[in-house]
Ligand binder design. Structure first.
Ligand code: ME8
Length: 508
């Protein structure tokens, strides 16, 4: 296992405010970062997020808002940052593509690839989707509509600069075949491999003439062109964490052989990450990331939630209404990471009332109530290891011991990222404990003066809660801290239930 861990999210376009989809990727990355900090140590994990601020879409949105591009991107980028603070996303760095540290690296990459002959000038005649900023070969289009956004394509003819993707196609296919963890999940890997086997890559146009678009990084060898926004954006993953030396060698603490490098994103942008980016790195003589993971989409009524469809839900509204940790829990529990999920408030409420109120909240509340009632808030000082419980009690003891390992397996084996499975393991323990309360009927133990049994029983429940609070920490950091605080007090108070049931009979 590698000693360090570097995880990235996409850098989001700042043409509109963040929505649930963006928050999904960042919450997942935050959980992985927190989880790995526990195992590798705080200083050995680096979590990068940021904003993608150049290109046509942004220029257009700024024009519509009546602001200069720079003013506009400052404003919207700030909204992403604010949202991450609010959602408890503990990132280590936030990169903006309009920062000098980034632009400098982009210029350097262009110079290196141009000098190597991997970037060349040519005339382009063909179809172009302005909103997507994408050139489309004749072979991939029908009816002159953009294959992605279905809007009409324009016919253009201009001089541009191209990056030699074609030359590296065979190499890329080989790399993906030899490294089963390089593109995940397996379905996506097969898709990328299928695409490479059935299509010949076209060289990538990496410039746009300034007269058409000026909001971008000028090419160092042709100031009349700016850099194509995707070529610019992908470089953020290296511009944020390192530099090229005088000989063009890239040096970084977070992109060395001791670090596991993971790029997280939605399946919409897998092609850019699994085709363009590896080839760019290969040309630059930089090692490949370990894993490119493309998760699924949150859908609303079967349609992808997206700015262009206008069906977006604001994550802040959800966090304010249901609580931050509920929102985090819901997103990672309700859909298999890698598959699509259906978003609805009914689904959040169902998880809340079931998993959080009935299961977790109830276990904590009933346990702390008993500690208060029978022991005036002082947890009985008993070592559960020294006690022989009945079958159910012993099973709980064993589950407490096994849980960390089970979660590690969900994160690391079978290529990991099984958030929903990891949570299920934790909830198995919660369910066992709740069932044990119902089986044992502690109020009878008290009536019958079975003092030692009652003590052991309650101590076991407290240990379950302690364990749960540790294991949910990456997912629900505030809840975990609250439980730990409650359990850490000399005299425990039951306080208010953590997750009071939402009454669905009343309409809000
Ligand atoms: O593509 N469900 O930025 P973007 C799940 N700037 N995740 C979703 C989602 C949904 N409905 N909608 C968006 C860009 N996402 C480029 C990236 S990276 C070098 C440049 C998430 O603002 C998901 O992570 O369009 C998706 O890949 C990303 O937002 C797209 O964000």
């Amino acid at each position: 296992m590698k000693k360090k861990y570097y995880i990235t999210t996409p850098i989001y376009y700042v043409n509109a405010s963040p929505h649930i989809g963006h928050s999904y990727t960042n919450i997942a990355a935050d959980v992985l970062a927190r989880y790995n900090r526990q195992g590798l140590g705080e200083g050995n994990v680096w979590f990068l997020t940021g904003t993608d601020e150049h290109g046509q879409k942004i220029q257009k949105a700024a024009d519509e808002a009546g602001l200069s591009a720079q003013e506009f991107v400052n404003k919207v980028s700030g909204r992403f940052r604010d949202l991450w603070e609010r959602l408890g996303i503990k990132y280590d760095d936030f990169i903006r593509t309009t920062e000098e540290r980034h632009e400098k690296t982009v210029r350097r990459v262009l110079e290196i690839l141009y000098a190597k002959g991997d970037i060349y000038q040519a005339r382009y005649e063909g179809w172009y989707c302005t909103p997507c900023e994408t050139f489309w070969p004749q072979t991939q289009i029908t009816e002159q509509l953009c294959p992605d956004c279905k809007r009409p394509l324009e016919r253009i003819s201009e001089t541009n600069y191209f990056f030699k993707l074609k030359k590296y196609q065979e190499w890329l296919q080989g790399h993906i075949e030899k490294n089963p963890e390089f593109v995940l999940p397996a379905t996506r890997r097969n898709e990328v491999l299928g695409f490479l086997k059935n299509n010949q890559l076209e060289d990538l146009c990496i410039s746009r003439p300034k007269e058409r678009l000026s909001w971008g990084i000028p090419l160092p060898f042709s100031p009349q062109h700016v850099t194509y926004v995707w070529f610019d954006a992908l470089i953020n993953y290296i511009s944020a964490v390192g530099e090229f030396d005088a000989n063009g060698k890239y040096i970084s603490k977070w992109w060395d052989n001791d670090t596991k490098v993971v790029h997280l994103m939605g399946k919409d942008i897998l092609r850019h990450h699994a085709v363009y980016w590896p080839i760019m790195l290969e040309c630059l003589g930089i090692r490949q990331p370990d894993t490119i993971f493309a998760h699924g989409w949150w859908l609303i009524d079967q349609a992808k939630m997206s700015k262009s469809l206008g069906n977006v839900v604001n994550p802040l509204d959800m966090a304010n209404k249901y609580g931050i940790d509920t929102y985090r829990y819901f997103l990672l529990r309700d859909a298999v990471f890698g598959n699509d999920g259906n978003f609805s408030e009914e689904a959040i409420i169902k998880r809340f009332n079931g998993d959080l109120a009935n299961d977790l909240g109830n276990l904590i509340y009933r346990t702390l109530t008993m500690v208060e009632k029978y022991y005036q808030g002082a947890v009985p000082g008993i070592e559960i290891d020294k006690i022989n419980f009945d079958l159910s009690g012993e099973a709980i003891k064993n589950k407490i011991k096994a849980l960390s390992g089970e979660i590690t397996a969900e994160f690391n084996q079978g290529f990991g990222f099984a958030f929903e499975q990891a949570l299920e393991k934790i909830w198995e323990l919660i369910a066992m404990a709740n069932k044990y309360v119902e089986e044992t009927k502690p109020w009878n133990l008290a009536k019958e003066n079975k003092t030692e049994e009652l003590k052991a029983f309650i101590r076991l429940l407290v240990e379950v809660i302690r364990k749960v609070s540790q294991e949910v920490a990456p997912f629900m950091p505030a809840t975990s801290a609250l439980i730990k605080e409650q359990l850490g007090a000399d005299i425990i108070k039951k306080g208010q239930p953590l997750f009071p049931r939402i009454d669905t009979s009343k309409k809000s």
